[in-house]
Ligand binder design. Structure first.
Ligand SMILES: [Zn+2]
Length: 452
């Protein structure tokens, strides 16, 4: 039992029922009022503004209070909310609920979404229990639903069904706002330092260096006086920044040469439309090790429990110790041990693509490492919940799994002839933004950019 963790939990239902009856009544009435405001059509009268009839407030002693309360859907209030703080773990939380076995059941559902390994400070978890929720012994309580809020744009819901859990993942696209970052490298500085000082996330610096690495060596060839113009976009949900950014375009002026990269449909090209990223190889395994034992199937059900258990990858029947090779350039995002997925690796390739490798016996890379296409990254195995040695390989586009053996995998990259015109118009519009002073998001950024 951990008391410090217990204190961080907010018990909503207890709070609700501890409120004086009048307050509960007012919450119920206000909720109904809000609902009425939402569903009541509004009428516009010219010159008079908008008129909405307000419902008459009833006397608090009115006998209909309990009816109003029962109409108020308490299911929308979680029993507990937990905001993750430094060092918190899900294991600790579930053992506090006396629900360690429930965590095991949820992890079984998590195998194909792998959202429980990314627990970060500030993430929010909400819990709905059924049964006697005031006691912490957990005996007569079942977890009906757990909602995971990983930042503002990413939500995963685990819902109880047939003695197990199913999950639903929601990714909000939100809106992307363009920001201009322009500056110059001063003496005894570097592109990295200059760009980060102007507000370019370090992650995006790495992307730019990777995109232009075959053209310019940022460590050796850049010098004081070199200039850069970058357009990035920042993701917002409503008015809240998600922290996600991506590079839309960059021009780097090195003495008399301009090196550029522009994003188009999620891939990067130079000013002539030549691809700046290498194509992916279809298989992460050498020829002779590519026998598929189970195909991608997002609608698969468990044969016994009948729970939806999407197979978000392709299984290759390979014996333990078979070498696995990165299908594209990228960076190692995770090297994690999961109860069901076993030892697994996740690679991020540009913003759009990522790959996962499950049930490994050995990882040959570490988190944060830059990876080249064809680099040996791991040895296959039989770890986690696995019915025999195999490699489970996942390919994700925009964070959603696709069939890596299908046609959507980028096996060749270049602006096709049909899209040339559209691509050129996009490049011109990005260059106009780069040359304009007005695209900067805030005054502060603008001032910073001038000083840069
Ligand atoms: Zn599999």
């Amino acid at each position: 039992m951990s008391n410090h963790l217990k204190q961080k939990l907010i018990n909503f239902k207890q709070l609700f029922y501890k409120l004086p009856k009048l307050h509960r009544y007012l919450i119920a009435v206000l909720s109904v009022t809000c609902l009425l405001l939402v569903i009541t059509p509004t009428y516009h009268f010219s010159g008079k503004g908008v008129e909405i009839p307000l419902p008459k407030l009833q006397d608090p002693e009115f006998k209909g209070v309990d009816v109003a309360l029962s109409d108020f859907n308490t299911d929308t209030i979680p029993d507990y909310e937990w905001v993750v703080q430094e060092g918190d773990t899900l294991g600790e939380l579930f053992s506090m609920f006396n629900k360690s076995y429930t965590l095991t059941q949820i992890l079984e559902a998590d195998k194909n979404v792998l959202s429980l390994d990314v627990i970060n400070k500030g993430d929010i978890y909400r819990f709905w229990f059924d049964g006697e929720t005031d006691s912490f012994d957990g005996k007569n309580v079942v977890l009906e639903r757990m909602e995971q809020y990983l930042g503002v744009a990413h939500q995963v819901v685990f819902k109880r069904k047939n003695k197990g859990y199913e999950y639903k993942e929601t990714l909000l696209e939100g809106t992307w706002r363009k920001v201009r970052i322009a500056g110059e490298i001063k003496s005894r500085s570097s592109f990295y330092k200059a760009a980060v000082a102007l507000g370019l996330p370090a992650n995006d610096v790495a992307v730019i260096r990777r995109l232009l690495k075959t053209k310019i060596d940022f460590a050796k060839q850049t010098a004081a006086g070199d200039r850069f113009e970058i357009i990035i976009s920042k993701q917002f949900v409503g008015n809240v920044s998600t922290g996600n950014t991506k590079v839309e375009g960059v021009r780097f002026f090195n003495r008399k040469t301009v090196y550029s990269a522009f994003a188009y449909k999620g891939n990067y090209f130079d000013s002539k439309g030549e691809g700046l990223e290498r194509a992916f190889t279809r298989y992460p395994l050498k020829p002779g090790f590519r026998r598929i034992s189970s195909n991608f199937n997002p609608r698969r059900r468990h044969p016994i429990t009948r729970l939806i258990r999407p197979h978000n990858g392709t299984d290759f029947a390979v014996s333990t110790g078979t070498a696995i090779y990165a299908p594209g350039d990228g960076v190692v995002k995770r090297v994690v041990r999961h109860k069901y997925a076993g030892l697994y690796i996740e690679l991020q390739h540009s913003y759009k693509y990522r790959t996962r490798y499950l049930h490994l016996s050995k990882a040959l890379v570490r988190k944060g490492q830059q990876i080249k296409r064809g680099q040996k990254i791991a040895l296959s195995g039989n770890t986690g919940a696995s019915t025999g040695p195999h490699l489970h390989y996942e390919f994700h586009v925009n964070q959603k799994p696709i069939n890596a053996m299908g046609n959507k995998v980028p096996v060749s990259i270049g602006v096709d002839r049909k899209s040339k015109g559209e691509y050129e118009r996009r490049v011109s519009s990005l260059i106009r933004m780069m040359e304009s002073e007005d695209v900067t998001s805030t005054k502060a950024d603008k001032e910073k950019a001038k000083k840069g």
